[in-house]
Design a binder for this molecule. Structure first.
Ligand code: PEP
Length: 251
């Protein structure tokens, strides 16, 4: 009942020329998989050009961050309206932003609210560090991130949210969580906390993704689990053939 969702997070990779080539390469394959919501998230500099390439297709475009204020003295930041000019989606609270750029549950919450207010669909990232995982704190950490990151959001808006569970120790390391572990956290922590926050009916509509070293070869294991509705893909989203295969695995 939830439409599968696969997004590619390109991170700080690809100039405009390179991004254009990559999208041209993957677009026919992505267009063919109509039963999956598929989204690419290139760096800000490519959003304008890529939005032109995707116009008239069903492939969505996302940014990797935004600022919650409407405008003002925030050097280096982009406002929700600036992102909305080109995008339908925005990644919020990626672990790299939390680790290197000071994103916290509180700023994630401000960004989520600002994104919703302007009509963007937030892809909200949560996930525990290796230390937290090894200390058995995954449930507590992820529950806190879901609860605080999605505070004061109305149920009518919540059903459009996308949440990505990304154990930080699995991102870019080649060491994916097992599909069983991912299902356990996504079903028993993320979705359960969404039920507490928004009620069962709304929580059952929210797409929850797994992210962390998903490849063409392991994608189907994750997407076969009952609470895993797709993936947030890093490294493998930079190769057209691999990304298309991952999208196909979600169909
Ligand atoms: C990510 O950056 O969100 C991610 C999941 O990266 P990778 O697929 O490379 O682990």
């Amino acid at each position: 009942m939830r439409k599968p969702f696969v997004a590619g997070n390109w991170k700080m990779n690809k100039t405009v020329d390179q991004a254009t080539l990559l999208v041209a390469d993957m677009l026919p394959g992505l267009e063919a998989v109509k039963t999956v919501d598929r989204v690419v998230c290139p760096p800000f500099t490519s959003l304008m050009v890529i939005s032109g390439m995707l116009a008239g297709t069903e492939v969505g475009l996302g940014a990797q961050n935004l600022h919650w204020e409407e405008s003002g003295a925030f050097t280096g930041e982009l406002s929700p309206a600036m992102v909305k000019e080109f995008c339908q989606y925005v990644i919020i609270g990626h672990s790299e932003r939390r680790a290197y750029f000071g994103d916290t549950d509180e700023t994630v919450n401000k960004k989520v609210k600002a994104a919703i207010a302007i009509g963007l669909t937030p892809i909200v990232c949560v996930g525990e560090t290796l230390d937290e995982y090894e200390a058995g704190k995954t449930g507590d950490v992820v529950a806190r991130q879901v609860k605080n990151g999605l505070k004061e959001i109305e149920a009518k808006d919540a059903e459009k949210l996308v949440v990505a569970y990304e154990p930080i120790w699995a991102i870019g390391t080649g060491k994916a969580a097992s599909a069983e572990e991912a299902q356990d956290v996504i079903g028993n922590v993320v979705r359960k906390n969404l039920v507490v926050a928004f009620g069962d009916e709304v929580a059952q509509k929210i797409r929850i993704l797994y992210g962390g070293s998903v490849k063409a070869g392991n994608a189907a294991d994750f997407f076969g689990k009952p609470d895993i509705d797709g993936g947030l893909i890093g490294g493998a989203a930079l190769k057209a053939e691999d990304f298309v295969k991952i999208v196909e695995a979600a169909a």
